[in-house]
Structures are given as C-alpha cells and as structure tokens.
Design a protein around this ligand. Structure first.
Ligand code: G1P
Length: 290
C-alpha cells in the first residue's frame, strides 16, 4: 500500500462571503487571532505526516506564496532587534515544502483537484479544504483519516453529523455502518435539500483519495451550481472501489461562514496561553454589558 505523502489545498476561490475584506486579501490569509487560516491547514497536514503540499492558487492570491516564503528584510530586522522567537516563527513558515499551481477558471472544487493530477501521479493523496479548521490537539483530523486508509487501502472522507437544516451546505453521504465511526459509502449527494438528503452525515473538508479519481474527474460534467463537483466524481469512484466515511473526532469550525469564523476566533483566543485568561475575563464582563 502506498503511503500518503502529498496533499492538495484548494485556495483559488474568491471568498465573496467575506467582502470587503477579501477584495485585495485572499480569504485564506484572514487570521484567527494572529495566524492566517491557511497556516492552520498546512500545519494539520504536516502534523499528519504529509511531506509535500500543493496549493491550488489563482488570481489575487500571491500573499499566500509570500507568506510561506522567506522574508529577508523582515528577518534581518528581527535579528537586529534580537526578537529571536519571532524570527524563528517567521523562518519556520518558509521551510515547508509547498508547491503551487494556478486554477485558471473557477470551475468548481472537482476542477481544482484535477489541477493536482500531474503532481500526484499514481499516488493516493490528501485533500484539505481551507474553510474547515478542526481543533484536535491529540490527533489531527487528517491523521485520523490516514489511519483508516492504512487499515483499508481505500479512499476515506472526513465526516461529521450536521443539523438537518445544514445538510444543504455540504456533500452528504449515504452508506452502511461497518465499524466504530466508520461507514461504507454507497451514495453521495452534493448540497441536497433537506427532504432529499440520504442522511445527516456531511463531508467536512478532509479527504484521502486514491488516484483513480482523476480520470473520473475528467469525465465529470458540471453538477450543483454549474460546477464540477468532487462529490460527483467520488460517487462514481464508490461504484468502482470501496470508499469509507469516517466520523472524525475534533471541534470543527466553518470558516466559510461569518458566525463560524467568529466562533473560531473566540475559542482559539480563549485557548491561548498568552492572552487566554485576560480574554476570558473580558468576554465574561462584556457579555453582560452589550
Ligand atoms: C465543499 C464540498 C462539499 C463539502 C464542503 C465541506 O463545498 O463541495 O461537498 O461538504 O466543501 O466544507 P463548499 O463549502 O466549498 O461549497
């Protein structure tokens, strides 16, 4: 069985839900406290054993490349001022093996993943979506999926149950339970109306996928929203191979949603060693005043 060494992070979307902030700044660079959201995603990949990361980029996304590059002037300044902890932090982000490809036209998530075909070759790979950040200090969500892949040799979708009125925001999985937290996928629907959803088990931005997906993506016609949907290609893959849905452990934040972004900001701030205690006091006080 081939090891999961590579991951793709699609980051070409416009981020219209966060305008005007995203007019000149990639949405992936919006920070939770002080860390760009894409850095959380990259760190989860590295902490799950991923060695090479491909970011699918697009127009107006150069700040992402600069973020994961060296910054000689800044580094010299930090060194001069003796701010060595900040220097180490800045240098660390420049040492990650990140590669880039640009998606020329926004044809959907399936098309973005297809951009990774040459990079992945015939290896199984991971996909991490930037809108889903998962907090699990014990075991990253992607590592949980890789563990299932290593037992089954099959594609694995990271899922959690969502409320009935949320199913229309996600790819929804149907299948049969085959173990603890594990479902064998028999069907998938992209963003179904709640009356049509086969379950409440939603795919939440983490995937391990076998390379056979690429030829299926090439055949996938535009689906929901006129876009090439990864969900549609995965559904075809499930007819040819076993695919599993794994109900991963961890608190997941939907950064594609303003409320979700605020929840992530507040909870990550509360967990911080440097500002957490003071922020907790502030939140308690302010909640009664406003
Ligand atoms: C994408 C996928 C969807 C998945 C979701 C997870 O949708 O198409 O199947 O459930 O990510 O966040 P998006 O939110 O990019 O529209």
């Amino acid at each position: 069985m081939k090891k999961i060494r590579k991951a793709v992070i699609p980051a070409a979307g416009y981020g219209t839900r966060f305008l005007p902030a995203t007019k000149a700044t990639p949405k992936e660079m919006l920070p939770i406290v002080d860390t760009p959201t894409i850095q959380f995603i990259v760190e989860e990949a590295l902490n799950s054993g991923i060695e090479d990361i491909l970011i699918v980029s697009g127009h107006g996304k150069r700040a992402i490349e600069d973020h994961f590059d060296s910054a000689p002037t800044l580094e010299a300044e930090l060194r001069k001022k003796g701010k060595l902890d900040l220097l180490a932090m800045v240098e660390e982000t420049a040492n990650i093996r990140i590669h880039y490809i640009r998606q020329r036209y926004m044809r959907g998530l399936g098309d973005a993943i297809l951009c990774a075909k040459a990079f992945m070759g015939d290896e199984p790979f991971a996909v991490l979506l930037g809108d889903d950040v998962v907090y699990n200090p014990k075991k990253p969500a992607l590592q949980q999926l890789i563990d299932v892949y290593e037992k089954t040799g099959s594609s694995v979708l990271g899922c959690q149950m969502v409320a009935e009125d949320q199913v229309s925001s996600y790819g929804i999985v149907a299948g049969e339970s085959v173990g603890e937290r594990l479902v064998r996928v028999t069907d998938m629907v992209e963003k179904p109306a709640k009356e049509e959803a086969p379950s409440r088990l939603a795919v939440l931005g983490r995937y391990v996928i076998t390379p056979e997906i690429f030829e299926l993506l090439e055949q996938t016609k535009p689906g929901k929203g006129g876009e090439i949907q990864l969900t549609d290609a995965l559904k075809m893959l499930a007819m040819k191979q076993f695919i599993y849905a794994y109900d991963f452990e961890g608190r997941r934040y939907d950064l594609g949603d303003k409320l979700g972004f605020l929840q992530a900001t507040i909870e990550f701030a509360l967990r911080r060693e440097d500002i957490g205690a003071a922020f907790r006091t502030y939140i308690k006080e302010i909640a009664h005043q406003i």
